[in-house]
Design a protein around this ligand. Sequence first.
Ligand code: CNA
Length: 245
Amino acid sequence: MDNAVFDEVKRIIQESSNIVFFGGAGVSTASGIPDFRSATGLYNQKSNTQYSPEYMLSREFFVTHPDEFADYVRENLIYENAQPNGAHYALAKLEKEGKLKAIITQNIDRLHQKAGSKNVLEIHGSLYEYYCTGCRQEYTFEDFKSVKKGALRCSKCSKVVRPDVVLYGENLDMTVFYSAIKAIEEADVFIVGGTSLVVYPAASLLNYYHGHKLVLINMEKTSADSFADYVLHGDISQILHDLVN
Ligand code: CNA
């Protein structure tokens, strides 16, 4: 990692009171939750089904195979005992100090909130909220967990209960997405990290930043390296911790 860039980013974080963070699965890998696209990610792991993980996380698969979908979520996405890491805590600290205005996350693991962050915009939803696809009755994670195999069915209308996450082929909640755009448009420093920036429309959020302090922190190169103002390659849990403490 480039020490001069690190020192410069540390300085701009110290001087700013309007930082916005946008992150993805790489923010939580140090907490033991695999991402999708790294060598050790979910997309590269062997599975005992004929379907690709991408397809199993699509609206089409959910609608046609609700029980297999629920089993896949239970076995591969839920890490109930995972704890926040240095990245989550560093961002929570910046918010507490009045320096960070919003966290925009593609993650569905609730670890930012576990670390104490308050203004978290979950653009892909959360695995810890559930609703009935028939009557929209809300259910809890505990309800979902109480079923050991297959999907939870609604006690009122018997339809399938699903996690409140955005699947491939589904639209984002535009209220949350517009709040994310507004925060980015108003940001002084925009830190983007732990994301491959290949999932749209999430990745298009970078287009809404108009400043000159775009900081990119990622293990591997991304398509945004060429236009970011500062690029730091490495483990974001360590880098954000070191930048903030
Ligand atoms: P991705 O496409 O799997 O990319 C992850 C990126 O993070 C890669 O570029 C890695 O190089 C990088 N990375 C991995 N570990 C680290 C680390 N320790 N430090 C720095 N960089 C690291 O994931 P994206 O978030 O870009 O894709 C969006 C998907 C992934 C969203 O829809 C999420 O819901 C989904 N996802 C979420 C979780 C979670 O909630 N923790 C886990 C897995 C996937």
